[in-house]
Design a protein around this ligand. Structure first.
Ligand SMILES: Nc1ncnc2c1ncn2[C@@H]1O[C@H](COP(=O)(O)OP(=O)(O)OP(=O)(O)O)[C@@H](O)[C@H]1O
Ligand SMILES: [Mg+2]
Length: 245
């Protein structure tokens, strides 16, 4: 039994207000993720997956509920402190890669370390090289994003998410803009990173990709409705092939 989970969320709610409309995107989410876990989140469009990831990733604040990240209560932080915490604890991989087009591969991956400060150029170079090496992109440091394939861009985005040794790596449909061959490569890479110790939470629509995870969480209408062991969880693991989204 692990004493302190990386993510510990209780009764989390999120209400979006737009004009006259109130959307209850999350209606009481409870989730604990221990260090070294690999969790896949699945559920139909609009069920709150991105909302949950944005809150877990400190891009947004919940309306109510408790969120402890690496032992620190973060639910009520203001935007500035949230950004500070995010920089140190979270690596985020988006569906659309989100690399900066004017910066080359090296500069894109270095950026989070520059923002964070407190690290000299030589130390940054070492970290960037290690991160790019771990995703097999060290041979493309001088390329710009537009000169890379989609799969390569996503591997660079993963290196950028990893470079600061975050407590947790969050990925919201990281294969959403990739063909199946590149998608499978990115998934294999994430699984390898997890085997080497990275803690991973990933949203996916695809049951084949969810099968890479050790644990599968199903979200429906803003709530977690089921949990099961992923295929890699071993033993009596139930196949998640029933997903129809
Ligand atoms: N910024 C926002 N303002 C108002 N409503 C929002 C906002 N973001 C999301 N919503 C609403 O909250 C609900 C959950 O949206 P969310 O993006 O979390 O769904 P999702 O599960 O990620 O869907 P998808 O699989 O299509 O990406 C939806 O009803 C959506 O319309
Ligand atoms: Mg989404």
């Amino acid at each position: 039994m692990n004493a302190s989970p990386v993510i510990d969320v209780a009764d989390l709610t999120k209400v979006y207000m737009t004009d006259e409309v109130e959307t209850h995107a999350l209606t009481g989410v409870n989730l604990r993720v221990e260090s070294g876990e690999y969790v896949a989140i699945m559920g139909p469009s609009g069920c709150g997956k991105t909302t949950l990831m944005s809150i877990l990733g400190l891009l947004d604040a919940p309306t109510s509920g408790r969120y402890d990240l690496a032992g620190e209560p973060v639910a009520a932080l203001d935007a500035r402190r949230r950004a500070h915490f995010r920089n140190r604890n979270i690596g985020f991989v988006f569906q659309s890669f989100n690399l900066i087009g004017d910066l080359n591969v090296y500069e894109n991956v270095e950026l989070p370390l520059v923002y964070r400060g407190g690290m000299g150029r030589a130390q940054r170079r070492e970290k960037v090289a290690a991160a790019l090496e771990s995703v097999g992109m060290l041979h493309r440091v001088r390329h710009y994003p537009a000169q890379l394939s989609g799969g390569q861009q996503q591997r660079v985005a993963i290196a950028r998410a990893l470079v600061g040794d975050p407590a947790i790596l969050l990925a919201d449909e990281p294969t959403g803009n990739l063909d199946s061959a590149n998608g499978e490569k990115v998934m294999e890479l994430l699984a390898q990173l997890n085997e080497r110790g990275a803690t991973l939470v990933m949203v996916t629509h695809d049951a084949r990709y969810a099968a890479h995870a050790r644990r599968l969480v199903r979200l429906f209408d803003g709530q977690i409705v089921a949990e099961q062991e992923g295929r890699r969880g071993g033993g009596s693991a139930q196949s998640p092939d029933a997903e129809r989204n």
